[in-house]
Design a protein around this ligand. Structure first.
Ligand SMILES: Nc1ncnc2c1ncn2[C@@H]1O[C@H](COP(=O)(O)OP(=O)(O)OP(=O)(O)O)[C@@H](O)[C@H]1O
Ligand SMILES: [Mg+2]
Length: 251
C-alpha cells in the first residue's frame, strides 16, 4: 500500500518544497515509485522539477472532480518519479472548494483511486492552513514538518500542531507526525546550534538525526529544473538529502 505524506508548515520558506523534491528524488533513485502532489498555487515543486506550472491539467482538476485521471500525473527526468502539477486555477481553489460537498476530503477521495500505484506520495503544501492544506492533511497517513534553524522557527509550529489535532479529531484520526526535519542549518552560527537543541528538546525522537545544511547548490538546482542529486551529486546538499532519504527509509 502506498504511503501518503504531507510536507507541511504554514511558515513560508522553511524548505517544504526543497524537501519534497529532494527526498522524493532520492527515493526514486532507490527505485521507489514516488509521486509528488504539488498542491501549492506557487507551483515551485512543479517548476523545480522542470515542468510547466502554467499547464492546464493538474491536482486542481483532481480536487474539483474527485478523481485522479491519468492525464493529471506527468513524468519527470527520473524514471520512478512522477508529479501531479500545480496550475494557475489552483490559486482560486480555496474559494471554489468552500461551496463543494466534502470540501475537506476532495483530495483524499481523489487519491484513494491511485494510492496503490505508488510506494510514496508526497504532498507539497502551501504556506497556509487553508482548505488546500486541510485537504492534504485529511488525505495523509502522516505529516513531515521541515523547520528552519533560525530564531522564531517554532512560532508557526504551535499553530500547525493545533490544526493537526483538529484534523485528527474531525477528519483523519490515524494522522501521525512522520518526523521533523531541521533545514538550512548554518554551522558557523551559535543560533543554529541553539535552535537545534531547542527543537530536539521539545520534539525529542520525532526529530530526524540528519540535518540539512544551508547549501548554495540546493538553492541553485531548481532554477535548472533539477533535484540536487541530478544537478551536483557531490555537493554537500545532495549528500545531506541522500543521507536523509536513507534515514527516512529505516525509520
Ligand atoms: N538547505 C538549503 N540551503 C540553501 N537554500 C535552501 C535550502 N533549502 C531551501 N533553500 C532555499 O530557500 C528558499 C525556500 O525554500 P523552499 O521553497 O523549499 O521553502 P518552502 O517552505 O517550500 O517555501 P513556501 O512556504 O514559499 O512554499 C528557496 O529559495 C530554496 O531554494
Ligand atoms: Mg514551497
Amino acid at each position: 500500500m502506498g504511503k501518503v505524506i504531507s510536507i507541511a508548515n504554514q511558515k513560508g520558506g522553511v524548505g517544504k518544497t526543497t524537501t519534497a523534491i529532494n527526498l522524493a528524488s532520492c527515493l526514486a533513485v532507490a527505485e521507489k515509485k514516488t509521486l509528488i502532489v504539488d498542491i501549492d498555487p506557487q507551483g515551485n515543486a512543479t517548476s523545480g522539477l522542470g515542468r510547466n506550472k502554467m499547464n492546464s491539467k493538474g491536482v486542481y482538476h483532481a480536487l474539483i472532480s474527485g478523481n485522479f485521471y491519468p492525464d493529471l500525473i506527468i513524468n519527470t527526468d527520473l524514471e520512478y518519479l512522477y508529479i501531479s502539477p500545480s496550475s494557475p486555477e489552483l490559486a482560486g481553489a480555496e474559494a471554489e472548494l468552500f461551496s463543494l460537498e466534502n470540501r475537506e476530503r476532495r483530495l483524499s477521495i481523489a487519491l484513494s483511486t491511485i494510492e496503490n500505484n505508488f510506494e510514496y506520495i508526497f504532498i507539497d503544501c502551501p504556506p497556509s492552513l487553508g482548505f488546500l492544506t486541510i485537504n492534504a492533511l485529511a488525505a495523509s497517513h502522516s505529516v513531515l514538518i521541515p523547520i528552519q534553524c533560525e530564531y522564531y522557527s517554532l512560532e508557526g509550529v504551535t499553530d500547525l500542531l493545533k490544526i493537526l489535532d483538529e484534523v485528527k479529531k474531525y477528519l483523519n484520526p490515524a494522522l501521525e507526525i512522520e518526523g521533523i526535519l531541521l533545514t538550512m542549518y548554518d554551522e558557523r552560527t551559535n543560533l543554529s546550534k541553539q535552535v537545534v537543541e531547542e527543537i530536539r528538546d521539545v520534539f525529542k525522537n520525532k526529530v530526524y538525526d540528519t540535518i540539512i545544511p544551508r547549501n548554495v547548490t540546493i538553492a541553485e538546482a531548481p532554477s535548472f529544473g533539477k533535484p540536487v542529486i541530478l544537478y551536483n551529486i557531490k555537493s554537500k546538499g545532495a549528500q545531506a538529502y541522500l543521507n536523509f532519504a536513507k534515514e527516512f527509509l529505516t525509520k
